[in-house]
Write a protein that binds this ligand. Structure first.
Ligand code: NAD
Length: 355
């Protein structure tokens, strides 16, 4: 049994779905169901007894401890977070509460549970914290990619709150010996991503005939990774990562934002041409830049490749085709997210415990 937090969000849900497709080891999925949590994403697991969904907050230490003692998981995979930079700029409070205080309380519950395990279970236990490359700040165009030793220089309330959570996780290893693992990953894309994020926003707006907003001059660089490749990295680190270590994960797919917008448009032109025969590129609009916008992120993933033999399966070209195909095939998922109906989804048929 493993405990996944934030498993109704983009990465967490993809992770849970992939995990249960590859293994019969059950998952307890603890998610608060904020606006970013969507039970509909997990609908294929509705009648699957290997998936136990619990609506609750990682900051509820008593609840987390009770789940740990009840289900006795051998690992926690922490995907729960507030994750959208723009929201953190407008309203940082939730980011501090979940990413900092919530991670702290989750660590406290994990520490109390771990301390009472028998020696073998104690040795085998892992607390895997899913984090971001944004904690390292911004790179110049010529600087080498972020290694695990790059100094922390977060520049948004989101990345600062994730940096704080990484420090806490590391401190729990050094101070209490809790067996932790940290993954710092680059930008993910793929199925089930909330359409406030860059790539799904481009796809959804293009299809709706709306403008495709690209911040500033569009020359910010992001290093894209298909979500299933991130999920396989999490599995790899959980299985073979050394306790206390950090692993950077990325797709070696650096792209200018404007380039990414062009690629999305080109794939859509091919798969779902506009009725007027023009390119979706015509809908791209440069808009006022985000305050403090980091210029470039790039990940040096050699450590996980060398030590654990992990490699991404998808190139950006294959991953973006799959992603766009998925959004084209799942317009109901998108429209229910946009209308807000997804928040009413769930129902009694889910293996769910509502706290
Ligand atoms: P998301 O916003 O799609 O999902 C977050 C999930 O956490 C949601 O289901 C939400 O309901 C849940 N949640 C929020 N607060 C909670 C709380 N207090 N208790 C329990 N559940 C709570 O985010 P995501 O894109 O899936 O990101 C997951 C993790 O991966 C985050 O830590 C993020 O920093 C990290 N990450 C994301 C990316 C990316 O490109 N999306 C890249 C690198 C790292």
């Amino acid at each position: 049994m493993i405990l996944v937090t934030g498993g109704a969000g983009f990465i967490g849900a993809n992770f849970v779905i992939n995990w249960l497709a590859q293994s019969d080891e059950p998952v307890v999925n603890l998610d608060k169901l904020t606006y970013a949590g969507n039970l509909e994403t997990l609908s294929s697991l509705r009648h699957d007894a290997r998936h136990i969904f619990v609506q609750g907050d990682i900051g509820d230490q008593e609840l987390v401890f009770s789940l740990l003692t009840k289900y006795q998981p051998r690992a926690i995979v922490n995907c729960a977070a507030e994750s959208h930079v723009d929201r953190s700029i407008h309203s940082p409070e939730d980011f501090i509460q979940t990413n900092v205080v919530g991670t702290y309380r989750l660590l406290e519950a994990a520490r109390a549970y771990w301390a009472q395990l028998e020696e073998a279970a104690k040795l085998a236990f892992r607390f895997l914290h899913v984090s971001t490359d944004e904690v390292y700040g911004s790179l110049s165009t010529v600087a080498p990619a972020f290694s695990e030793n790059h100094r922390y220089e977060p520049s948004s309330p989101y990345s600062a709150s994730k940096a704080a959570s990484d420090h806490l996780v590391r401190a729990y290893h050094h101070t209490y010996g809790l067996p932790v693992l940290i993954i710092n990953c680059s930008n993910n894309y793929g199925p089930y991503q909330f359409p406030e994020k860059f790539i799904p926003l481009m796809i959804v707006n293009a299809l709706a005939g709306k403008s495709l907003p690209v911040y500033g001059d569009g020359r910010q660089v992001r290093d894209w990774l298909y979500v299933n490749d991130h999920c396989s990295a999490i599995c790899c680190v959980l299985k073979a990562g050394r306790s206390g270590e950090v692993y950077n994960v990325g797709g070696r797919s650096e792209k200018l934002n404007i380039e990414t917008a062009y690629i999305v448009c080109a794939v859509l032109d091919e798969l779902r041409p506009r009725a007027d025969g023009k390119s979706y590129k015509e809908q791209i609009a440069l808009v006022k830049d985000r305050p403090g916008h980091d210029r470039r992120y790039a990940i040096d993933a050699r450590k996980i490749e060398r030590e654990l033999g992990w490699k991404p399966v998808e190139t950006f070209e294959s991953g973006i085709q799959k992603t766009i195909q998925w959004y084209l095939s799942n317009p109901e998922w998108v429209s229910r997210v946009q209308s807000g109906v997804y928040r009413e989804w769930g129902g009694t048929s889910f293996t769910a415990i509502s706290q």
